[in-house]
Design a protein around this ligand. Structure first.
Ligand code: FAD
Ligand code: SIN
Length: 529
């Protein structure tokens, strides 16, 4: 099936790009599950933008660079921050129902690392408001086709041409159709990866199940550079509950006064510990808060710490955090009267497919935007609520580049179809499940918040063992969605471990007891296939 442009991913980045491109071209958007199944719909806190009187672009830029431990590319930070107010206005025009203050202006909340109130939000369900608005506009646009349940497997490159030749140009992707069980060929003149992050490489993550780093793995296999994969962000406050394992408690709870305290079984119950770690206390950047919680949990042998906002008026809490309040009540927690048990969990993938300011990867014909990419915005640690923003700004930037350079993009050549002639159905699906669990467990244990070279080497050894097992499996059996994801998880785990081993310092989210100091120079980890 040929389309002008193929976008893989239907979250904030993919749909923003699709809407801009659809002004002139036919756009096909693939999602591997439901169209609203990515992280975008789950975002709680909001979108950062300079809108408060007295706030400045310079201040947002500085806050972003401080959180990113100086590894950010300043021109990217400036580009994104300066485009933020416009991105918010565009979402309002599309009908996103952001929360308003009493005076009718946008209500701005606060999150860690921000020196001003600058978080635009829709109560505590901002992502859903954004996804709904973008999806409605995409559904209404006759130039956009949204195709759910299509799992992209690999990018099509010059080696898949009927007549192989060329310079590793990307021409679309092969995708597994969950309804038919067959692999389809989607050729296109330009291809964009908007596949989100790789959170599910870890045992505990706030991200949806589909966050398996497919785009990063596909781009890497096709020959694109990948950067800064060691910077996995752990959110400090994921709900601790034996049944509900990945529910986020937004940072805005701390922004509105929530305090971190030791729980009842600690020697000093109720003690507020964050001021001992950082003068910004609960509003220090995430890496610092997550490490402090991890430290207290390990030091005292706790299962969790408490997040307490009971000192605020009950009506204020219910009004600002209705989704969280309703989610916790059936679990026996009334957050207006009781503290919430929380633990850190993987939350965001700062590294990814390396792109320039136009969303271009280093492969001709291939663009990327959003969490799949490494644009230079986040550096060694993402500032809260900068990621949805990155999706809007880079989704549009990539679309603008395609629109401006359409005539330079060659027509897709004839492409070979997927070859299934030498594989059979697997009779050992259970192996896939076991391998999946094993990866996520050792990544959590050995490549988590605090690292050592020895643990990283142990993880590397296990990744290589699993890789050879899965390669063997992949070569002999018909693909399934689980096998596609497992193969990608292993690829991404290998990239994370390799990047972490090569960084001989502690910076931002990468903290290793073997190299606790900061190197003089901030240098990206760029891996090239
Ligand atoms: P996603 O929205 O994750 O979409 C990925 C898309 O790619 C999906 O459509 C998926 O189906 C598709 N896809 C993936 N693999 C394949 C494949 N192989 N084939 C076909 N399709 C594929 N950021 C903020 O700025 N503010 C917040 O308040 C905030 N809160 C968050 C709360 C939670 C719980 C989480 C998990 C994240 C939060 N983030 C927040 C981060 C932010 O939500 C994400 O970074 C952002 O939504 C990513 O958008 P995206 O468009 O890049 O990808
Ligand atoms: C949150 O609401 O705490 C998440 C915000 C973010 O990830 O930027």
């Amino acid at each position: 099936m040929n389309h002008d442009i193929l976008i893989i991913g239907s979250g904030a980045a993919g749909l923003t790009a699709a809407l801009a491109l659809a002004e002139r071209f036919k756009v096909l958007v693939l999602a591997k599950g439901a169209i609203s199944g990515g992280s975008t719909a789950w975002a709680q806190g909001g979108i950062a933008a300079v809108l408060e009187p007295g706030d400045t672009f310079e201040s947002h830029i500085e806050d972003t660079m401080i959180a990113g431990a100086g590894l950010n590319r300043r021109e990217t930070v400036e580009f994104v921050v300066e485009n933020a107010p416009r991105a918010i206005r565009r979402l309002i025009d599309l009908g996103a129902n952001f929360t308003l203050a009493d005076d009718g202006d946008l209500h701005l909340t606060r999150e860690g690392g921000h020196s001003h109130r600058r978080i635009v939000h829709a109560d505590d369900a901002t992502g859903w408001a954004v996804q709904e608005a973008l999806e409605r506009a995409a559904n209404d646009n006759p130039n956009i086709t949204l195709m759910p349940d299509m799992v992209a497997i690999d990018l099509i490159t010059d080696r898949h041409r009927a007549d192989p030749s060329g310079d590793n140009h990307v021409w679309g992707a092969y995708a597994f159709n969950k309804a038919s069980g067959h692999v389809e060929t989607f050729a296109a003149r330009a291809t964009m990866l908007a596949t989100g992050g790789a959170g599910r490489t870890y045992l505990f993550s706030t991200a949806p199940r589909g966050a398996t780093g497919d785009g990063i793995a596909m781009a890497w296999r096709a020959g694109a550079s990948v950067s800064n994969m060691e910077f996995m962000q752990f959110h400090p406050t994921c709900l601790y509950n034996l049944e509900v394992k990945n529910f986020l408690i937004t940072e805005a709870v701390r922004g509105e006064g929530g305090q971190l305290r030791l729980p009842g079984d600690a020697p000093d119950p109720g003690y507020r510990f964050m001021p001992d770690f950082d003068e910004r206390a609960e509003l220090a950047p995430r890496d610092i808060v997550a490490r402090a919680i991890d430290h207290e949990i390990k030091r005292l042998g706790l299962d969790y710490v408490h997040l307490d906002i009971t000192h605020r008026e009950a009506e204020f809490v219910k009004g600002h955090f209705p989704t969280i309040y309703e989610r916790l009540l059936p679990l026996g927690i009334d957050m207006t009267k009781q503290p919430i048990p929380v633990v850190p969990a993987q939350h965001y993938t700062c590294g990814g497919v390396r792109i320039d300011l136009d969303g271009r990867t280093d492969l001709p014909g291939l663009y990327a935007a959003g969490e799949v990419s490494e644009s230079g915005l986040h550096g060694a640690n993402r500032l809260a609520s900068n990621s949805l923003l990155e999706c809007f700004v880079f989704g549009e930037a990539a679309a603008n580049h395609i629109l401006a350079h359409w005539d330079d993009l060659p027509e897709a050549p004839a492409i070979n179809d997927w070859d299934e002639s030498r594989v059979t159905d697997s009779d050992e699906e259970v192996v896939v499940q076991h391998n999946w669990r094993e990866i996520r467990r050792f990544m959590w244990d050995y490549v988590g918040i605090v690292r050592t070279t020895k643990r990283l080497e142990r993880a590397q050894h296990r990744v290589e063992l699993l890789r050879s097992e899965v390669d063997d499996y992949y070569g002999n059996f018909r693909v399934t969605p689980d096998l596609i994801e497992l193969r990608n998880l292993i690829e991404v785990a290998a990239l994370i471990v390799r990047s972490a081993l090569s960084r001989k310092e502690s910076r931002g989210l990468h903290y290793t007891t073997d190299y606790p100091g900061l190197a003089d120079e901030a240098v990206d980890t760029v891996l090239r296939p």
